[in-house]
Design a protein around this ligand. Structure first.
Ligand code: SF4
Length: 320
């Protein structure tokens, strides 16, 4: 059973036509993701009282300060937006991740254009939007992405792995016990190994110490390391190590032809000719066939719902 992550979305990403020009953004991945999460939505610009449609707002350097300005009306919305952002994020409650609108002066998390008083772009001063920036500051341990970056295969893969892993961790926090932590850590071992062997070692040390301290304190130490370990797309060499490690469980059970075929598949993955899902599917078929209990419970083989898997890529996601 996969958990249901609670995810905050920019409302214009397929939820409501609330953009400055009255439009809505349709994004294939966001549309699919909605069916597997508990969505929470916000449109900061509407929340501070701007209508739909509305004259666009911009980030402007005014007298040495960064301000949020509506040039058509001359309104300075900085204080109103900051007040809303703080009170909204204070009341947000538990979330597992964010999908925000790219490049918006409100929701953007990077590459937002900034202007000078004359209305010219400062190319060297692209920055975060007012809402997106506050999210990154407060929720740096969670996956925060925009719909543009999520078109990149590796970023999307990493986002999904982390999102669902953190939702599982939230379940663990709801009913904590030393045994549940050990079980959680054990189930995530191969996934963590694929992302970062160092992170896995660090988390292993925290779990080994779990019996000597109150579980909530151990979980508080475990969570940021867990989230950070899953924060960067895994190196393909780590994934290959996991595949070879898993193959070891079937060494005596497979024919030499099956093993050779599997190694060829790994080689094709290494050279970027096949996605990771191909050797993973082969391993899954052997787990079903031979009923290997340790591998059966490994999240690595299905870190998020299969229906969200998609090898579509913006073109940069397969760079290694
Ligand atoms: S980017 Fe953010 S502020 Fe702008 S329309 Fe979308 S949800 Fe509203």
């Amino acid at each position: 059973m996969q958990p249901v992550p609670r995810v905050l979305f920019s409302r214009c990403l397929g939820f409501e036509a609330c953009r400055y020009n009255g439009e809505i953004i349709r994004d294939d991945f966001v549309e699919r993701l909605k069916g597997f999460v508990q969505p929470v939505t916000v449109c900061p610009e509407v929340e501070i009282g701007l209508g739909v449609p509305r004259p666009p707002i911009k980030i402007v350097y005014l007298e040495g300060e960064i301000r949020l300005i509506q040039p058509a009306t001359g309104l300075d919305l900085t204080a109103r937006m900051q007040e809303f952002v703080n009170s909204f994020l204070d009341r947000l409650g538990a979330v597992d991740g964010f999908v925000l609108k790219s490049r918006s002066p409100s929701c953007g998390t990077r590459d937002v254009k900034a202007y000078n008083e004359e209305g010219n772009i400062y190319p060297a001063f692209t920055r975060r939007g007012f809402f997106g920036g506050a999210v990154l500051t407060r929720f740096g341990n969670l996956p925060v992405e925009d719909e543009g970056r999520l078109r990149n295969f590796l970023i999307r893969e990493s986002f999904l792995c982390r999102l669902f892993a953190l939702a599982r961790f939230r379940q663990l926090r709801a009913e904590p016990s030393p045994g549940a932590l050990v079980e959680f850590h054990t189930r995530h071992k191969l996934l963590l190994l694929a992302f970062s062997p160092d992170g896995l070692r660090q988390l292993g040390r925290i779990v080994a110490d779990a019996g000597r301290r109150p579980v909530p304190a151990v979980l508080t130490e475990y969570e940021p390391v867990f989230s950070r370990t899953l924060s960067r797309p895994p190196k393909y060499t780590n994934a290959i190590n996991v595949l070879l490690h898993a193959l070891g469980y079937f060494k005596e059970k497979l024919s030499s032809g099956e093993k050779a075929f599997f190694l060829d598949t790994i080689d094709a993955f290494r050279r970027g000719r096949l996605p990771l899902s191909v050797p993973v599917s082969l391993l899954r078929s052997w787990i079903v066939r031979f009923g290997e209990p340790y591998l059966e419970k490994q999240v690595f083989f299905q870190p998020y719902p299969e229906a969200l898997a998609d090898i579509a890529d913006s073109g940069k996601g397969r760079d290694r």
